[in-house]
Design a protein around this ligand. Structure first.
Ligand code: FES
Length: 111
């Protein structure tokens, strides 16, 4: 089914399976990685978005329920991750830096 939502003021649409969650729709169908995928059980809130101004866990809402509605990140930066995806070097550098820092901490016995 085609789902059409207004994300941070811009209408976006994608053809998805009817059981697709809003979180998967945003991340995988639209390439907007600002909402994080962690527990997928409504426990952590890392996927929180505003659906017509109401705070919801995007992992618990069907994309079909957002069809024709407004979706926004609480901080208003739902597409921030897409910018990083467009610059793969930035994401890779951040990931390597964090891993290297943790590895150094482990070697020193900090963690
Ligand atoms: S991913 Fe944890 S509440 Fe949605």
């Amino acid at each position: 089914m085609v789902v059409r939502t207004r994300v941070n003021g811009v209408w976006r649409e994608a053809d998805v399976w009817p059981g697709t969650s809003l979180l998967v729709f945003l991340r995988e169908a639209l390439g907007l990685y600002g909402s994080k995928n962690a527990c997928e059980q409504g426990e952590c809130g890392s996927c929180s978005v505003l659906l017509d101004g109401s705070l919801v866990c995007a992992c618990l809402v069907l994309a079909a329920q957002a069809d024709g509605h407004d979706v926004a990140r609480p901080a208003g930066r739902l597409d921030r991750g897409a910018g990083l995806a467009a610059r793969p070097g930035a994401r890779a550098r951040n990931g390597r830096g964090a891993t290297a820092g943790r590895r150094r901490a482990l070697v020193r016995g900090v963690l």
